[in-house]
Design a protein around this ligand. Sequence first.
Ligand code: AMP
Length: 401
Amino acid sequence: MKILVLNSGSSSVKYQLWDTPDKGVLAKGLVSRIGIDDPLHQHKVNDREIEFAPDEPINHEKAIQLLLDALVSPKHGVIARIDEIDAVGHRVVHGGEKFSDSALITPEVIEAIKECIPLAPLHNPPNLMGIIACEKVLDVPQVAIFDTAFHQTMEPYAYIYALPYEFYDEYKIRRYGFHGTSHYYVAHQAAKMLGKRIEELKIITAHLGNGASITAVKNGKCIDTSMGLTPLEGLVMGTRCGDIDPAIVLFIMEQKNIDIKATNNLLNKKSGLLGISGATNDLRDVLKASANGVYRAKLALDVYCYRIRKYIGAYTAAMGGVDVLVFTAGIGENASPIRKKAVEGLEFAGLILDDDKNNRTVGIPGDISAKDASARILVIPTNEELVIATETERIVNENLN
Ligand code: AMP
Protein backbone atom coordinates (compact mmCIF):
# COMPACT_ATOMS: atom_id res chain seq x y z
CA MET A 1 0.00 0.00 0.00
CA LYS A 2 1.37 3.47 -0.82
CA ILE A 3 0.90 5.71 2.19
CA LEU A 4 1.64 9.39 2.51
CA VAL A 5 2.76 10.16 6.08
CA LEU A 6 2.25 13.77 7.10
CA ASN A 7 3.35 15.79 10.10
CA SER A 8 1.67 19.13 9.66
CA GLY A 9 2.95 21.87 11.97
CA SER A 10 2.11 25.56 12.22
CA SER A 11 4.73 26.67 9.68
CA SER A 12 5.90 23.42 8.10
CA VAL A 13 4.71 20.13 6.66
CA LYS A 14 7.03 17.10 6.89
CA TYR A 15 6.22 14.17 4.62
CA GLN A 16 7.29 10.66 3.68
CA LEU A 17 5.81 8.43 1.00
CA TRP A 18 5.89 4.82 2.22
CA ASP A 19 5.39 1.62 0.28
CA THR A 20 4.20 -0.84 2.95
CA PRO A 21 4.85 -3.45 4.13
CA ASP A 22 8.29 -4.08 2.64
CA LYS A 23 9.63 -1.40 0.38
CA GLY A 24 10.02 1.40 2.92
CA VAL A 25 10.36 5.11 2.21
CA LEU A 26 10.15 6.09 -1.47
CA ALA A 27 10.60 9.84 -0.95
CA LYS A 28 10.50 12.38 1.82
CA GLY A 29 10.71 16.09 2.36
CA LEU A 30 9.79 19.25 4.19
CA VAL A 31 7.82 22.31 3.14
CA SER A 32 8.76 25.08 5.55
CA ARG A 33 8.07 28.77 6.21
CA ILE A 34 4.34 28.29 5.50
CA GLY A 35 2.40 31.51 6.00
CA ILE A 36 5.51 33.71 5.98
CA ASP A 37 7.95 35.07 3.41
CA ASP A 38 10.46 32.92 1.53
CA PRO A 39 8.80 29.49 1.73
CA LEU A 40 11.09 26.55 1.04
CA HIS A 41 10.44 23.02 -0.21
CA GLN A 42 13.11 20.36 0.27
CA HIS A 43 12.41 17.03 -1.45
CA LYS A 44 14.59 13.96 -1.08
CA VAL A 45 14.68 10.77 -3.16
CA ASN A 46 17.34 8.26 -2.16
CA ASP A 47 20.30 10.50 -1.31
CA ARG A 48 19.42 13.22 -3.78
CA GLU A 49 17.92 16.39 -2.28
CA ILE A 50 16.23 19.02 -4.42
CA GLU A 51 15.23 22.46 -3.15
CA PHE A 52 12.42 24.57 -4.54
CA ALA A 53 11.73 28.14 -3.50
CA PRO A 54 8.09 29.12 -4.23
CA ASP A 55 7.99 32.80 -5.19
CA GLU A 56 5.10 33.82 -2.95
CA PRO A 57 3.85 32.92 0.57
CA ILE A 58 1.92 29.64 0.73
CA ASN A 59 -0.76 28.12 2.99
CA HIS A 60 -1.11 24.48 4.10
CA GLU A 61 -3.23 23.52 1.09
CA LYS A 62 -0.64 24.90 -1.30
CA ALA A 63 2.13 23.15 0.66
CA ILE A 64 0.36 19.81 0.20
CA GLN A 65 -0.13 20.53 -3.48
CA LEU A 66 3.61 21.28 -3.82
CA LEU A 67 4.66 18.04 -2.18
CA LEU A 68 2.20 16.04 -4.30
CA ASP A 69 3.57 17.75 -7.44
CA ALA A 70 7.09 16.72 -6.41
CA LEU A 71 5.99 13.11 -5.80
CA VAL A 72 4.62 12.81 -9.37
CA SER A 73 7.19 15.02 -11.09
CA PRO A 74 8.76 13.20 -14.06
CA LYS A 75 12.15 14.54 -12.90
CA HIS A 76 12.12 14.04 -9.11
CA GLY A 77 8.99 11.97 -8.60
CA VAL A 78 8.55 8.40 -7.41
CA ILE A 79 5.00 7.69 -8.64
CA ALA A 80 3.37 8.32 -12.01
CA ARG A 81 -0.02 9.52 -10.77
CA ILE A 82 -1.49 10.93 -7.55
CA ASP A 83 -4.08 8.16 -7.47
CA GLU A 84 -1.30 5.66 -6.74
CA ILE A 85 -1.43 7.00 -3.16
CA ASP A 86 -3.77 4.66 -1.26
CA ALA A 87 -4.09 6.50 2.06
CA VAL A 88 -2.74 9.34 4.18
CA GLY A 89 -1.56 8.96 7.79
CA HIS A 90 -1.47 12.12 9.90
CA ARG A 91 0.42 12.69 13.11
CA VAL A 92 -2.04 14.34 15.51
CA VAL A 93 -0.59 15.59 18.77
CA HIS A 94 -3.57 15.51 21.13
CA GLY A 95 -6.39 12.99 21.10
CA GLY A 96 -7.48 13.71 24.68
CA GLU A 97 -9.38 10.85 26.33
CA LYS A 98 -11.33 10.11 23.18
CA PHE A 99 -8.62 8.24 21.33
CA SER A 100 -6.74 5.27 22.71
CA ASP A 101 -6.13 4.01 19.17
CA SER A 102 -5.54 5.44 15.71
CA ALA A 103 -8.73 6.47 13.91
CA LEU A 104 -10.07 6.61 10.38
CA ILE A 105 -10.82 10.27 9.77
CA THR A 106 -14.55 11.05 9.54
CA PRO A 107 -16.45 14.29 10.22
CA GLU A 108 -16.98 13.03 13.82
CA VAL A 109 -13.24 12.40 14.29
CA ILE A 110 -12.46 15.89 12.95
CA GLU A 111 -14.93 17.33 15.51
CA ALA A 112 -13.27 15.33 18.30
CA ILE A 113 -9.80 16.60 17.28
CA LYS A 114 -11.23 20.13 17.30
CA GLU A 115 -12.55 19.57 20.84
CA CYS A 116 -8.97 18.80 21.94
CA ILE A 117 -7.68 22.18 20.68
CA PRO A 118 -7.77 23.79 24.18
CA LEU A 119 -5.41 21.00 25.32
CA ALA A 120 -2.94 21.55 22.44
CA PRO A 121 -3.58 25.02 21.03
CA LEU A 122 -0.29 25.16 19.14
CA HIS A 123 -0.41 21.68 17.63
CA ASN A 124 -3.93 20.43 16.91
CA PRO A 125 -4.95 23.38 14.67
CA PRO A 126 -2.09 22.88 12.16
CA ASN A 127 -2.62 19.09 12.33
CA LEU A 128 -6.24 19.74 11.33
CA MET A 129 -5.18 22.10 8.55
CA GLY A 130 -3.14 19.25 7.07
CA ILE A 131 -6.14 16.91 7.24
CA ILE A 132 -8.53 19.41 5.69
CA ALA A 133 -6.04 20.38 2.96
CA CYS A 134 -5.61 16.68 2.05
CA GLU A 135 -9.36 16.17 1.89
CA LYS A 136 -9.51 18.89 -0.75
CA VAL A 137 -6.85 17.48 -3.03
CA LEU A 138 -6.94 13.71 -2.44
CA ASP A 139 -9.87 11.31 -2.51
CA VAL A 140 -8.41 8.57 -0.30
CA PRO A 141 -8.91 7.35 3.29
CA GLN A 142 -7.09 9.35 5.93
CA VAL A 143 -6.02 8.12 9.35
CA ALA A 144 -5.10 10.04 12.50
CA ILE A 145 -2.32 8.64 14.69
CA PHE A 146 -2.27 10.34 18.09
CA ASP A 147 0.82 11.15 20.19
CA THR A 148 -1.30 10.63 23.29
CA ALA A 149 -2.99 7.31 22.38
CA PHE A 150 -0.34 4.89 23.69
CA HIS A 151 -0.54 6.51 27.14
CA GLN A 152 -4.29 6.05 27.51
CA THR A 153 -3.73 2.78 29.39
CA MET A 154 -2.53 4.66 32.52
CA GLU A 155 -4.61 4.09 35.64
CA PRO A 156 -6.38 7.10 37.22
CA TYR A 157 -3.88 7.11 40.11
CA ALA A 158 -1.12 7.76 37.56
CA TYR A 159 -2.93 10.44 35.57
CA ILE A 160 -4.95 12.40 38.12
CA TYR A 161 -3.29 15.54 39.56
CA ALA A 162 -4.00 16.35 43.20
CA LEU A 163 -6.10 19.38 42.32
CA PRO A 164 -9.81 19.80 43.09
CA TYR A 165 -11.39 16.92 41.14
CA GLU A 166 -13.79 19.33 39.41
CA PHE A 167 -10.90 20.53 37.26
CA TYR A 168 -10.65 17.05 35.79
CA ASP A 169 -14.42 16.85 35.29
CA GLU A 170 -14.77 20.30 33.85
CA TYR A 171 -11.54 20.88 31.88
CA LYS A 172 -10.13 17.35 31.53
CA ILE A 173 -6.97 18.43 33.36
CA ARG A 174 -4.94 15.22 33.79
CA ARG A 175 -1.71 13.61 32.63
CA TYR A 176 -1.90 12.64 28.95
CA GLY A 177 1.72 12.12 27.89
CA PHE A 178 3.22 12.61 24.43
CA HIS A 179 5.77 10.99 22.05
CA GLY A 180 3.43 7.96 22.28
CA THR A 181 4.28 6.58 18.82
CA SER A 182 7.98 6.69 19.66
CA HIS A 183 7.60 5.00 23.06
CA TYR A 184 5.34 2.37 21.47
CA TYR A 185 7.80 1.70 18.67
CA VAL A 186 10.97 1.38 20.73
CA ALA A 187 9.26 -0.71 23.43
CA HIS A 188 8.12 -3.21 20.79
CA GLN A 189 11.53 -3.14 19.06
CA ALA A 190 13.20 -3.81 22.42
CA ALA A 191 11.12 -6.95 22.91
CA LYS A 192 12.01 -8.06 19.36
CA MET A 193 15.72 -7.42 19.91
CA LEU A 194 15.63 -9.56 23.06
CA GLY A 195 13.53 -12.28 21.45
CA LYS A 196 10.89 -11.92 24.17
CA ARG A 197 7.17 -11.17 24.23
CA ILE A 198 6.48 -7.57 25.24
CA GLU A 199 3.80 -8.89 27.62
CA GLU A 200 6.49 -10.40 29.83
CA LEU A 201 8.74 -7.32 30.12
CA LYS A 202 9.10 -4.26 32.34
CA ILE A 203 10.50 -1.61 29.99
CA ILE A 204 11.54 2.00 30.56
CA THR A 205 11.76 4.01 27.33
CA ALA A 206 13.71 7.30 27.39
CA HIS A 207 12.95 9.49 24.37
CA LEU A 208 15.66 12.16 24.63
CA GLY A 209 15.45 14.67 21.79
CA ASN A 210 14.98 18.41 21.88
CA GLY A 211 11.73 17.47 23.61
CA ALA A 212 12.18 14.60 26.05
CA SER A 213 9.97 12.15 27.90
CA ILE A 214 10.30 8.83 29.70
CA THR A 215 7.70 6.07 29.95
CA ALA A 216 7.15 2.95 32.02
CA VAL A 217 5.80 0.10 29.86
CA LYS A 218 4.68 -2.92 31.85
CA ASN A 219 3.45 -6.03 30.02
CA GLY A 220 3.18 -4.00 26.80
CA LYS A 221 1.09 -1.19 28.30
CA CYS A 222 2.06 2.32 29.32
CA ILE A 223 1.56 2.65 33.07
CA ASP A 224 3.19 6.06 33.54
CA THR A 225 4.91 8.77 31.53
CA SER A 226 6.71 11.99 32.40
CA MET A 227 4.91 14.52 30.20
CA GLY A 228 1.61 15.72 31.56
CA LEU A 229 -1.31 17.85 30.48
CA THR A 230 1.17 19.47 28.11
CA PRO A 231 4.67 18.50 26.90
CA LEU A 232 6.24 20.80 29.52
CA GLU A 233 6.31 18.40 32.48
CA GLY A 234 8.96 15.85 33.35
CA LEU A 235 12.54 15.70 32.11
CA VAL A 236 14.77 18.70 31.44
CA MET A 237 14.58 19.46 27.70
CA GLY A 238 16.35 21.69 25.18
CA THR A 239 14.37 24.79 26.11
CA ARG A 240 11.63 23.43 28.45
CA CYS A 241 12.06 23.29 32.21
CA GLY A 242 10.28 19.99 32.93
CA ASP A 243 9.29 19.46 36.58
CA ILE A 244 9.39 22.55 38.79
CA ASP A 245 7.57 23.63 41.92
CA PRO A 246 4.33 25.18 40.52
CA ALA A 247 4.65 28.01 43.04
CA ILE A 248 7.74 29.20 41.11
CA VAL A 249 5.45 30.23 38.26
CA LEU A 250 3.43 32.50 40.54
CA PHE A 251 6.60 33.85 42.16
CA ILE A 252 8.21 34.75 38.82
CA MET A 253 5.04 36.36 37.48
CA GLU A 254 4.84 38.55 40.57
CA GLN A 255 8.53 39.42 40.83
CA LYS A 256 9.04 40.09 37.12
CA ASN A 257 5.55 41.50 36.61
CA ILE A 258 5.10 39.42 33.46
CA ASP A 259 1.86 38.09 31.94
CA ILE A 260 0.77 34.54 31.09
CA LYS A 261 2.14 34.68 27.55
CA ALA A 262 5.60 35.83 28.65
CA THR A 263 5.66 33.25 31.45
CA ASN A 264 4.66 30.49 29.05
CA ASN A 265 7.45 31.58 26.72
CA LEU A 266 9.96 31.57 29.58
CA LEU A 267 9.08 28.03 30.69
CA ASN A 268 8.83 26.57 27.17
CA LYS A 269 11.44 28.48 25.18
CA LYS A 270 14.03 29.90 27.56
CA SER A 271 14.49 27.18 30.14
CA GLY A 272 15.95 23.65 30.08
CA LEU A 273 19.52 23.20 28.82
CA LEU A 274 19.36 26.69 27.32
CA GLY A 275 18.22 28.27 30.56
CA ILE A 276 20.80 26.65 32.81
CA SER A 277 23.75 26.92 30.39
CA GLY A 278 22.74 30.43 29.31
CA ALA A 279 24.16 29.61 25.89
CA THR A 280 22.48 26.85 23.89
CA ASN A 281 19.73 24.24 23.76
CA ASP A 282 21.82 21.95 21.53
CA LEU A 283 23.27 19.16 23.59
CA ARG A 284 26.36 18.84 21.39
CA ASP A 285 27.31 22.43 22.23
CA VAL A 286 26.58 21.93 25.94
CA LEU A 287 28.87 18.86 25.92
CA LYS A 288 31.64 20.87 24.22
CA ALA A 289 31.33 23.80 26.63
CA SER A 290 31.33 21.44 29.61
CA ALA A 291 34.49 19.73 28.31
CA ASN A 292 36.05 23.21 28.13
CA GLY A 293 35.32 23.74 31.80
CA VAL A 294 32.30 26.06 31.51
CA TYR A 295 30.55 25.71 34.90
CA ARG A 296 26.96 26.34 33.78
CA ALA A 297 27.27 23.89 30.89
CA LYS A 298 28.49 21.18 33.27
CA LEU A 299 25.71 22.06 35.70
CA ALA A 300 23.12 21.79 32.88
CA LEU A 301 24.37 18.27 32.09
CA ASP A 302 24.34 17.29 35.77
CA VAL A 303 20.75 18.47 36.22
CA TYR A 304 19.70 16.87 32.91
CA CYS A 305 21.13 13.43 33.76
CA TYR A 306 20.10 13.47 37.42
CA ARG A 307 16.47 14.07 36.40
CA ILE A 308 16.58 11.08 34.03
CA ARG A 309 18.12 8.91 36.75
CA LYS A 310 15.40 9.90 39.25
CA TYR A 311 12.67 8.94 36.78
CA ILE A 312 14.32 5.61 36.01
CA GLY A 313 14.33 4.93 39.76
CA ALA A 314 10.71 6.01 40.13
CA TYR A 315 9.52 3.88 37.22
CA THR A 316 11.51 0.88 38.43
CA ALA A 317 9.60 1.21 41.70
CA ALA A 318 6.29 1.76 39.89
CA MET A 319 6.75 -1.46 37.89
CA GLY A 320 8.30 -3.51 40.70
CA GLY A 321 11.55 -3.84 38.75
CA VAL A 322 13.01 -3.20 35.33
CA ASP A 323 14.10 -5.63 32.61
CA VAL A 324 15.03 -3.18 29.87
CA LEU A 325 15.97 0.49 29.59
CA VAL A 326 15.80 1.93 26.07
CA PHE A 327 17.45 5.15 24.89
CA THR A 328 16.10 6.80 21.74
CA ALA A 329 15.85 10.11 19.76
CA GLY A 330 18.67 12.56 18.94
CA ILE A 331 20.34 12.54 22.35
CA GLY A 332 19.40 9.00 23.41
CA GLU A 333 20.66 7.52 20.13
CA ASN A 334 23.87 9.51 19.87
CA ALA A 335 25.11 10.96 23.14
CA SER A 336 27.02 8.17 24.92
CA PRO A 337 28.26 10.48 27.75
CA ILE A 338 24.65 11.31 28.65
CA ARG A 339 23.63 7.64 28.70
CA LYS A 340 26.59 6.86 30.94
CA LYS A 341 25.85 9.67 33.38
CA ALA A 342 22.10 8.97 33.45
CA VAL A 343 22.54 5.35 34.61
CA GLU A 344 25.32 6.02 37.12
CA GLY A 345 24.43 4.49 40.47
CA LEU A 346 21.63 2.32 39.08
CA GLU A 347 23.63 -0.90 39.47
CA PHE A 348 21.26 -1.85 42.31
CA ALA A 349 18.49 -2.14 39.70
CA GLY A 350 20.64 -4.31 37.43
CA LEU A 351 21.33 -1.45 35.03
CA ILE A 352 25.07 -1.59 34.30
CA LEU A 353 26.70 -0.12 31.19
CA ASP A 354 29.53 -1.59 29.18
CA ASP A 355 31.62 1.53 28.45
CA ASP A 356 33.09 0.25 25.18
CA LYS A 357 29.75 -0.83 23.79
CA ASN A 358 28.22 2.46 24.90
CA ASN A 359 30.92 4.52 23.16
CA ARG A 360 30.65 2.49 19.96
CA THR A 361 26.86 2.66 19.74
CA VAL A 362 26.18 6.01 18.11
CA GLY A 363 23.13 6.39 15.86
CA ILE A 364 22.72 2.62 15.53
CA PRO A 365 20.77 0.03 17.49
CA GLY A 366 22.66 -1.98 20.07
CA ASP A 367 22.79 -3.58 23.50
CA ILE A 368 25.12 -1.44 25.61
CA SER A 369 24.73 -3.26 28.91
CA ALA A 370 27.42 -5.24 30.71
CA LYS A 371 27.29 -8.92 29.81
CA ASP A 372 26.32 -10.19 33.24
CA ALA A 373 23.94 -7.39 34.20
CA SER A 374 20.45 -8.56 35.15
CA ALA A 375 18.74 -5.82 33.09
CA ARG A 376 19.45 -4.79 29.50
CA ILE A 377 20.21 -1.25 28.31
CA LEU A 378 19.43 -0.80 24.63
CA VAL A 379 19.86 1.97 22.07
CA ILE A 380 17.08 1.91 19.46
CA PRO A 381 16.69 4.60 16.77
CA THR A 382 13.06 5.69 16.80
CA ASN A 383 10.86 5.61 13.70
CA GLU A 384 7.56 7.39 14.26
CA GLU A 385 6.85 7.57 10.53
CA LEU A 386 7.03 3.78 10.24
CA VAL A 387 4.44 3.48 13.02
CA ILE A 388 2.20 6.04 11.28
CA ALA A 389 2.49 4.17 7.96
CA THR A 390 1.77 0.73 9.45
CA GLU A 391 -1.04 2.05 11.64
CA THR A 392 -2.61 3.72 8.60
CA GLU A 393 -2.46 0.46 6.66
CA ARG A 394 -4.00 -1.45 9.59
CA ILE A 395 -6.86 1.02 10.12
CA VAL A 396 -7.64 1.20 6.39
CA ASN A 397 -7.70 -2.61 6.16
CA GLU A 398 -9.87 -2.95 9.27
CA ASN A 399 -12.37 -0.32 8.20
CA LEU A 400 -12.60 -0.47 4.45
CA ASN A 401 -11.63 -3.91 3.21
P1 AMP B 1 15.85 15.36 18.10
O1 AMP B 1 14.84 16.35 18.65
O2 AMP B 1 15.46 13.94 18.33
O3 AMP B 1 16.25 15.64 16.67
O4 AMP B 1 17.20 15.58 18.97
C1 AMP B 1 17.89 16.80 18.99
C2 AMP B 1 18.99 16.73 20.04
O5 AMP B 1 19.87 15.64 19.77
C3 AMP B 1 19.87 17.99 20.09
O6 AMP B 1 20.06 18.41 21.43
C4 AMP B 1 21.17 17.52 19.51
O7 AMP B 1 22.28 18.21 20.05
C5 AMP B 1 21.20 16.07 19.94
N1 AMP B 1 22.13 15.29 19.12
C6 AMP B 1 22.01 14.98 17.81
N2 AMP B 1 23.12 14.31 17.37
C7 AMP B 1 23.94 14.21 18.44
C8 AMP B 1 25.25 13.64 18.65
N3 AMP B 1 25.90 13.03 17.67
N4 AMP B 1 25.79 13.74 19.89
C9 AMP B 1 25.13 14.35 20.89
N5 AMP B 1 23.91 14.91 20.75
C10 AMP B 1 23.32 14.84 19.56
